[in-house]
Write a protein that binds this ligand. Structure first.
Ligand code: ZN
Length: 247
């Protein structure tokens, strides 16, 4: 797109900023897992929504300091990452856009993404026409049970049955020996309190969950479920009347 083409876009068009990470994903999955998987969800969403939504390129650098004990992890520190997200969304507001949606594909970005948009809303507190949303693609579903009966996991882990299946679906050449990756449960972590943690506290190989149950077929099921969740959200963003809180 050229800048005159960007200037001609409707300012009511939702702008999606995909955000992910580059960090360790166990001994059997590549460092770029989150960016590859989030990128594939976004590619499918884009195919479904055509030019009704504007997509920026995916931001691959995330907040992954909890994985820094593992070689290869690249991370923006939390405060830097907050400012990066705020600045990026602020650029879009400067260009006139009013509906900005962060679609995230990495656990460590969840809190910073919410905080960044919360702060930005305070900065533009006089504006009634801004919709600043952040979400993570695997948290959108309203399902009460498992996504599919074939899945052993009911929630996202790390380099787990979900992520390994999705990678087997799109880039099996990048998946190592997942069949011998042992089960690593999530643990309760002092619930319902939130315990501060680094990844090494929870796992030696780096994954959390049950990777050995992964398959490409499950990967396709997961991509379809997550894609339709994101599309459903974006339809609501398009339909928003600019006023209603619950619309
Ligand atoms: Zn991941």
């Amino acid at each position: 797109m050229t800048w005159p083409q960007a200037a001609a876009l409707s300012h009511d068009m939702p702008v999606v900023v995909p955000v992910a990470a580059l960090e360790q994903h166990g001994k059997h999955m590549p460092l770029f897992t989150d960016s590859l998987l989030c990128g594939e969800v976004i590619r499918r969403v884009q195919e479904a929504m055509k030019d009704r939504v504007l997509f920026t390129p995916l931001m691959w650098l995330g907040n992954s300091h909890h994985h820094m004990d593992f070689a290869g992890t690249l991370s923006a520190s939390p405060r830097l990452y907050l400012d990066l997200l705020i600045g990026l969304a602020d650029n879009l507001i400067t260009h006139g856009f009013r509906r900005i949606v962060l679609i995230n594909g990495h656990g460590g970005n969840i809190v910073p993404a919410q905080q960044a948009f919360f702060e930005l809303r305070q900065t533009y507190r006089q504006r009634g026409d801004l919709l600043l949303l952040s979400t993570t693609y695997w948290t959108l579903g309203t399902r009460t049970g498992p996504i599919d009966p074939s899945l052993k996991q009911t929630q996202m882990g790390h380099a787990c049955e979900f992520e390994t299946s999705m990678m087997l679906r799109i880039r099996p050449d990048l998946v190592g020996d997942y069949k011998n990756a042992k089960d690593i449960p999530w643990g309760k972590a002092f619930a319902p309190a939130s315990r501060a943690w680094i990844t090494r506290d929870r796992t030696e190989p780096g994954h959390i969950g049950f990777p050995q149950h992964a398959s490409a077929e499950k990967g396709e099921i997961l991509f379809r479920a997550f894609t339709s969740d994101v599309v459903a959200l974006l339809e609501r963003v398009i339909a928003w009347d600019g006023k209603e809180w619950d619309a």
